[in-house]
Design a binder for this molecule. Structure first.
Ligand code: PNS
Length: 161
């Protein structure tokens, strides 16, 4: 039984995130998606709203569990008895940033190795930031997020300020 931990801000969860999670499901028995806080970011949404959007986007995936946590990833790694952290990498900038985080996590928890999966070309330019910009402008989100996430963003007027 191998359990993967996929952490992120998921503000909001995109089709690129979903693709990474689906691919991780093919590699591991259970995938835990952890909605967490990045100290370098400020959020217009609560962690509960971000988790709800993740639940909506991943409702059809039986081996996926969603958790929220306001602490350190290395502590959550032990708490959920994960075997590996999985991260998606879109470009050089991502790779540089993710490698630094992977090294920090490993230095603080010897078991917490990170595996990188390359983003598919169609998701290379898709980011939560882009989704927020589209939402702010009132544009169609169909190509960027799951239909249920687009509906949730519209219903709750997220990212409109
Ligand atoms: O989607 P993001 O914003 O790139 O995700 C970053 C995240 C939330 C995975 C990262 O900030 C994180 O692991 N936060 C939890 C707190 C922590 O462990 N910080 C130290 C990691 S270097």
């Amino acid at each position: 039984m191998k359990r993967a931990l996929i952490p992120g801000s998921f503000d909001p969860i995109t089709l690129g995130h979903r693709d990474l999670i689906v691919r991780a499901c093919a590699l591991y028995d259970e995938v835990i998606v952890a909605v967490m806080n990045n100290r370098d970011k400020t959020y217009e949404t609560t962690i509960a709203e971000r988790a709800e959007m993740a639940r909506l986007a991943l409702a059809d995936l039986a081996r996926v569990r969603i958790v929220t946590d306001g602490g350190l990833l290395v502590d959550l790694f032990d708490k959920v008895r994960a075997d590996v952290i999985v991260k998606g990498v879109r470009n050089e900038e991502d790779r540089h940033y993710e490698e630094q985080m992977a090294a920090w996590n490993l230095a603080h928890n010897k078991r917490a190795e990170t595996v990188f999966l390359p983003a598919l070309p169609q998701y290379e330019n898709l980011s939560s930031h882009l989704v927020r910009e589209y939402a702010r402008a009132g544009q169609d989100l169909t190509a960027l997020v799951s239909p249920a996430v687009a509906a949730y963003i519209a219903k709750h007027n997220l990212y409109r300020i």
